[in-house]
Design a protein around this ligand. Structure first.
Ligand SMILES: Cc1cc2nc3c(=O)[nH]c(=O)nc-3n(C[C@H](O)[C@H](O)[C@H](O)COP(=O)(O)OP(=O)(O)OC[C@H]3O[C@@H](n4cnc5c(N)ncnc54)[C@H](O)[C@@H]3O)c2cc1C
Length: 540
C-alpha cells in the first residue's frame, strides 16, 4: 500500500535523524521521520522508573562547538548545567575543575607510579599539546551551523582568522592516527600505567581522539531533566516546523530504484530523497539496487561488501541501581560523572587476548572458567559511573539516589552465552560482581542499600536501536574503515553510491559520538537542499 510522496524521508529518530528532519522541515520540505521505537532519541534518551530518572545511552553531552551552535541556529531553548567529571584510581580521587587539573592528574599518577615519573610528565605534556589542538578544533561555533551569507561578522572576525589554525591542526591530528595502545607503548614501559590511561577507550582508538579526553571532560554538560531532553527538544522543533514523525514503524526494505521504503506491515512510503540515519549494515542488507546503471550498481556492491565485512565497535554493559541513600553521601565522594578504576594493576590482556581465547574455544569453556575471568574483568576494569541526581537533584525521589555503572563489554561474549541458554544467570552474576567491587572500594555500604537493580547488555543495545554488534559509537577502529574518517572531507561522509540516498549518524563518519552524529545529520540535510536548489535553477 503506497501513501503520500515526501520530499525527504529520514529513517532513524536518533540524534542524527532528528537533526536532519529539523533542518529540512525548517527549509519548508515535506518531511517524514520514521523511528522503530515508541520514543525518538536512540542512544540519546532517558527514562523514569519508580521516580528515578536514568539515561539509557550517553550519560552527558560534549558541545564540541556543535551542539550549542545547532540549538542556537534552530532557536531551541534547552536548560543545561555543567556536568563536572571526577577521575579516580583506588583511593585517589581528582575532581576536574579546569585545565589546571591536568597538573593534579599528573601528581595523582606519579603518586601511584612513582618509578614512572618521567614518562608520566611526558604523557601529560602530550595531552596538554592535544588540548591546545582541541581548543583550535572546537574554538569557534562550527561554521556548518552558521548562515555564512548573512553573518559577515562571523566570517571576518572568527572564521577567517581560525581557518589557517584549523588547517595546521588537522595536519597534526592526522599524524596521530595510530592506535593509542601502540602509541603509549612508545612512551611508557609499565603496562599497568598504560592501562590506567587507556583501558576505558575502545580498542584501537586513534591516539588523538583518545588523548583528547581531558578536553572532553571539561566540555561535558547535562540538560536539566536528563540527556533525553535534547532529543525531545529537537522532536518538538520538527513538529513545530511542520515535519511529520511516525514512531513504532520499522523499515524492512528499501526499493532504491522505485524510491520506496517498506515497513514491517508492508506499508510503502515514497520519497524523492532518503536519509538513512541508522545502522548501515542493515541498510546495505535490506536495500535493493539491482536495476541501476552499471556504475552505480558496482559501486553499491563494492560499498556493501566493505560495510558487511566490518564490525561495530565495542559495546557496553550498564547496571542501573535505585539506592536508598541520599545524594549527599555520594556527593562527598565524587562528581555525578565519574571514571573510576578500583585497582591500579590494569586489565592487561583480560579484556582482549584472554577473552578472545575463551570465545574462540567457547564450546569447551565451562561456567567456572568464565566466572574466574569475570572476577578479574570486574576487579581490574575502569567504570563510568553516572549519578543523574548529582547533576539535577529533581531526578530522584527525596533521600534516594539513582546510579548507572557501566563498563566496555564484548558483544560476542553475550551473544554466545545467550545462545548457550544462560544469559540471565550470567547477567545477574555480572551485576553481583560489579556491586561487590564498587561496594568494597569507592562506595562502602552501597550493597546494603540497593532497592532495585537491573542492567542492559550489548544485546539490549542491538535490539533497541538496531546497532550492529551493540556498538555505541559506530564502526570499530580497524585499518580499513568503510566510511570517511578525515575531518577535512567530512561533508562527503553523508554520500552513498545512490544519488537520492544519503547517510547520517554514528555509522556515517568515524570517530563518531553525539556531536558528529548531529554534524552529519546537518550535512545530509544541506546536501539535499543544495541539490534541490540546483534542480530549481535548471528548470527555471
Ligand atoms: C553508554 C553510552 C555512552 C556514550 N557516551 C558518549 C560520550 O561520552 N560522548 C559521545 O559523543 N557519544 C557517546 N555515546 C554515543 C552516542 O550516544 C551515539 O554515537 C549517538 O547518540 C548516535 O546517534 P545516531 O542518531 O547516529 O544513532 P542512534 O542513536 O543509534 O539512532 C538510530 C535510530 O534509528 C532507529 N532505527 C534503527 N533501525 C531502524 C529501522 N529499520 N527503521 C526505523 N528506525 C530504525 C533506532 O531505533 C534509533 O532510534 C555513548 C553511547 C552510549 C550507549
Amino acid at each position: 500500500m503506497a501513501g503520500n510522496t515526501y520530499n525527504t524521508i529520514i529513517i532513524g529518530g536518533g540524534i542524527a535523524g532528528l537533526t536532519s528532519a529539523a533542518y529540512l522541515s525548517r527549509a519548508g520540505q515535506k518531511v517524514l521521520l520514521i523511528e522503530k521505537n515508541k520514543e525518538c532519541g536512540g542512544l540519546v534518551n532517558s527514562f523514569t522508573r519508580d521516580g528515578f530518572h536514568f539515561d539509557a545511552g550517553v550519560r552527558a553531552l560534549e558541545d564540541a562547538g556543535i551542539i550549542f551552535a545547532m540549538l542556537k541556529d534552530l532557536n531551541i531553548q534547552l536548560e543545561v548545567v555543567k556536568s563536572p567529571v571526577s577521575v579516580g584510581i583506588e583511593n585517589e580521587i581528582l575532581h576536574i575543575e579546569g585545565i589546571e587539573s591536568l597538573i593534579k592528574y599528573q601528581e595523582l599518577l606519579i603518586k601511584l607510579f612513582p618509578e614512572s615519573e618521567g614518562e608520566i610528565v611526558e604523557v601529560i605534556r602530550i595531552i596538554r599539546k592535544i588540548m591546545k589542538h582541541m581548543d583550535v578544533l572546537y574554538g569557534i561555533e562550527n561554521p556548518v551551523f552558521k548562515d555564512l551569507k548573512r553573518d559577515r561578522a562571523f566570517i571576518f572576525k572568527k572564521l577567517l582568522p581560525w581557518l589557517p589554525k584549523f588547517i595546521f591542526t588537522v595536519g597534526k591530528i592526522n599524524r596521530m592516527n595510530m592506535p593509542v595502545e601502540d602509541y603509549l607503548k612508545t612512551i611508557i614501559k609499565n603496562p599497568s600505567l598504560r592501562d590506567m590511561i587507556s583501558q576505558h577507550f575502545f580498542k584501537n582508538t586513534p591516539t588523538f581522539f583518545a588523548l583528547s579526553y581531558f578536553s572532553l571532560y571539561l566540555d561535558y554538560f547535562y540538560p536539566k531533566g536528563g540527556v533525553g531532553k535534547l532529543s525531545d527538544a529537537l522532536k518538538n522543533k520538527i513538529l513545530e516546523l511542520g515535519g511529520e514523525i511516525k514512531t513504532e514503524i520499522k523499515i524492512v526494505e528499501v526499493l532504491a530504484d522505485k524510491c520506496h521504503v517498506i515497513d514491517q506491515n508492508n506499508t510503502s512510503y515514497k520519497y524523492d530523497n532518503l536519509i538513512w540515519a541508522a545502522d548501515l549494515k542493515t541498510f546495505y542488507k535490506i536495500t535493493e539496487a539491482e536495476v541501476f546503471m552499471p556504475k552505480i550498481k558496482s559501486k553499491f556492491k563494492e560499498t556493501k561488501d566493505k560495510m558487511l565485512q566490518n564490525r561495530g565497535g565495542d559495546s557496553v554493559f550498564s547496571l542501573f541501581l535505585e539506592v536508598d541513600e541520599p545524594l549527599d553521601s555520594f556527593r562527598k565522594i565524587a562528581n555525578g560523572h565519574f571514571f573510576y578504576t578500583p585497582s591500579k594493576s590494569g586489565l592487561g590482556e583480560t579484556h582482549r587476548k584472554k577473552l578472545d581465547e575463551l570465545l574462540s574455544n567457547f564450546e569447551k569453556v565451562n561456567k567456572e572458567q568464565l566466572m574466574t575471568w569475570l572476577d578479574k574483568f570486574t576487579k581490574l576494569n575502569t567504570y563510568e559511573i553516572s549519578i543523574p541526581g548529582l547533576k539535577d537533584p529533581e531526578l530522584v525521589p527525596r533521600g534516594k539516589t539513582g546510579m548507572i555503572i557501566s563498563l566496555l563489554a564484548e558483544y560476542d561474549l553475550f551473544k554466545k552465552i545467550h545462545k548457550a541458554g544462560w544469559l540471565d544467570e550470567f547477567t545477574s552474576e555480572m551485576e553481583n560482581h560489579i556491586i561487590n567491587v564498587i561496594s568494597d572500594s569507592i562506595y562502602p555500604g552501597l550493597k546494603e542499600n540497593i532497592i532495585i537493580r537491573f542492567s542492559f547488555t550489548p544485546l539490549n543495545i542491538e535490539n533497541r536501536v538496531g546497532s550492529s554488534e551493540g556498538a555505541i559509537v559506530g564502526w570499530s577502529f580497524q585499518k580499513s574503515m568503510p566510511v570517511i574518517n578525515k575531518i577535512q572531507i567530512s561533508d562527503r561522509s553523508v554520500l552513498t553510491p545512490i544519488p537520492s540516498i544519503y547517510q547520517a549518524g554514528q555509522w556515517a563518519y568515524s570517530p563518531a559520538g553525539v556531536p558528529m552524529s548531529i554534524l552529519t545529520g546537518k550535512l545530509a540535510a544541506d546536501k539535499i537542499l543544495i541539490k534541490i536548489k540546483k534542480q530549481h535553477l535548471r528548470t527555471r
